[in-house]
Design a protein around this ligand. Structure first.
Ligand SMILES: Cc1cc2nc3c(=O)[nH]c(=O)nc-3n(C[C@H](O)[C@H](O)[C@H](O)COP(=O)(O)OP(=O)(O)OC[C@H]3O[C@@H](n4cnc5c(N)ncnc54)[C@H](O)[C@@H]3O)c2cc1C
Ligand code: SF4
Length: 510
């Protein structure tokens, strides 16, 4: 039987059982499509990264003897739309059966279901064989639960996969070392020089320009620094284990003007494209930990495992349970536009200048920059979650909707009303100053609440609590914050509100 198997750009799993044997009647189809470059405006490095990784994957499959049809974005035979491409290729090659791997994005899942229904040939969908938990297992876990706590899910996963467990007890005597993951980094311990790939990607950049693909952000075409093959992804994992794991947990929440990556792994792109599986990553770090136990404290490895076995899988569960409604939730009724400086980094607020500037330069910022600097500001200024989502989905190289929207709308913007986060992640300048050195050279004073030089985060914070108070009255985790709000002097609160309104109305003046 002649079979066509579709491989999407984030399905680069060379260990998938599809590839265990070679069959000359099976044609693999990979396509660079305008449909995918245009559904949101992407960072240039994101499009280049995906296309390059896809091209490398296709050539590996070809070298193994598989029959691969690869359509580049500038191929005259490429109609740029998935439905049209499949119809054309199925007719052209007299295909008798169409097969695909289940997409991780709702949008593509729906599209492929419709395409499958419209085709005359039989269609079959396969699991991607990437995640610890497949969609069915996730659905079972989340079914009928009112509270979807990550911690409950994480413990279940630890037990089920016997990870950091001694019999049925957590290794190290506690499940979670989050409390010890909160150190400020102050030039020590030394951060090893990052592993750089520095590839020349000028040809891909030129092809994108010629094809008229609109992108944003910066790229140095002669020094592209993301892993785009399995070999490079494995190198990055190895580098992380040997150089960064030892301090990962401690400095997970740290912020610093001179260090863009600190002890973070930068493995999200390799994992989200499926060049590496989460199990390979977790097994890799565990192996390293168990052979270097005298040098690495359990809090470092637990902090890392929690992100992958816990948060990453959990967010996927939330996504599939809550979509499509999740994409339009706006529980706090926020409606302000995203400030222009999100596209330029041009602001006097040093923390945002660094975090946004770095996002535009690298298509990357680490978790606390995303959550407690950029996301915090967007929420405090009551920005519409649609605009926040579109920015996050476009700017980061690892942004795929299933993991982006749950983090952005859910964890960061509280737009789901508290499904992912039990309270909104908001803070005044105090937290940003505590975790890093951004405030040191800032135009604004982190200790000042009102006046020309007062840090805008301070006024925004109190204004947010006052304006959104009705949403949090019944939230016990917000009790302390609301108590403090109630104790504020009325005149001071008025001044804070006035300044916050000014920041919200004219964000680009700050
Ligand atoms: C507002 C916001 C938006 C985000 N958008 C994305 C996104 O589009 N894509 C994405 O992969 N991650 C996203 N994250 C989660 C996290 O910030 C990134 O996974 C991480 O910064 C990637 O860098 P790293 O590989 O160096 O991570 P490390 O700090 O080294 O962590 C290791 C791995 O853990 C996983 N991980 C860590 N935190 C999370 C989390 N909250 N949810 C899911 N997985 C996690 C990632 O796979 C990551 O590679 C977002 C977080 C926030 C707050
Ligand atoms: S003073 Fe305020 S704006 Fe400046 S870096 Fe600190 S938190 Fe950011």
């Amino acid at each position: 039987m002649k079979r066509l198997r579709l491989i999407l750009g984030d399905q680069l799993n060379g260990n998938h059982s599809w590839f265990h044997s070679i069959d000359e009647n099976t044609m693999y189809l990979m396509v660079e499509m305008r449909q995918e470059t245009d559904y949101v405006k992407h960072h240039i490095q994101k499009v280049v990264g995906f296309f390059l990784a896809m091209r490398n994957f296709a050539s590996t499959l070809k070298s193994q003897g598989h029959n691969v049809l690869y359509l580049t974005i500038d191929d005259p035979e490429n109609p740029q739309d998935l439905g049209k491409i499949l119809k054309e290729q199925i007719a052209k090659h007299a295909i008798e059966k169409f097969e695909y791997q289940l997409p991780d994005e709702y949008r593509l899942d729906q599209q492929l279901k419709t395409i499958g229904n419209d085709l005359n040939s039989p269609t079959e969908a396969f699991d991607t064989e990437h995640f610890y938990a497949d969609r069915e297992e996730l659905a079972k876990f989340f079914k009928g639960k009112k509270q979807l706590l990550m911690e409950t899910f994480y413990r279940m996963m630890r037990k089920k996969h016997s990870i950091l467990m001694i019999n049925d007890q957590p290794e190290g005597g506690q499940w979670n070392f989050d409390q010890s993951n909160r150190k400020k980094w102050d030039s020590s311990p030394k951060i090893p020089e990052a592993l750089n790939f520095r590839k020349n990607v000028s040809d891909v950049v030129e092809t994108l320009a010629n094809a008229g693909v609109t992108t944003f952000g910066h790229i140095d075409p002669k020094n592209f620094n993301w892993p785009t093959s399995r070999e490079e992804s494995l190198q990055l994992l190895d580098f992380f284990c040997k150089n960064l794991l030892v301090h990962f947990g401690d400095y997970q929440d740290a912020l610093h003007t001179q260090e863009k990556f600190l002890f973070h792994s930068r493995l999200s792109f390799a994992m989200n494209t499926k060049m590496l599986s989460p199990k390979e990553v977790v097994d890799g770090v565990l192996k390293y930990y168990y052979t270097h136990k005298e040098a690495i404290h359990i809090s470092q490895i637990e902090g890392f495992v929690r992100q992958i076995l816990g948060w990453r899988e959990y967010m996927r569960g939330i996504y599939w349970r809550e979509m499509p409604n999740y994409a339009s939730c706006n529980a706090l009724e926020n409606h302000n536009p995203l400030p222009d400086f999100f596209w330029t980094g041009d602001t006097k607020m040093n923390c945002l200048k660094h975090a946004i500037g770095q996002s535009l330069d690298e298509a990357y910022s680490h978790h606390i920059q995303r959550l407690m600097v950029i996301g915090n500001y967007a929420l405090l200024t009551q920005t519409h979650p649609d605009e926040v989502d579109a920015w996050y989905l476009g700017v980061y190289i690892d942004a795929l909707e299933w993991v982006e929207i749950t983090n952005t709308r859910g964890m960061s913007q509280f737009a789901d009303g508290g499904l992912v986060a039990t309270k909104p992640y908001v803070s005044s300048a105090n937290y940003i100053n505590k975790m890093g050195n951004y405030c040191k050279d800032c135009h604004y004073k982190h200790t000042q609440k009102v006046g020309e030089k007062a840090c805008p985060f301070n006024a925004l914070y109190w204004n947010f609590l006052a304006e959104k108070r009705s949403h949090f009255e019944n939230n016990p985790r917000m009790g302390m914050m609301l108590n403090l709000l109630d104790k504020k002097d009325a005149k001071e609160l008025d001044e804070l509100k006035k300044r916050a309104r000014e920041v919200i109305a004219h964000p680009d003046r700050f």
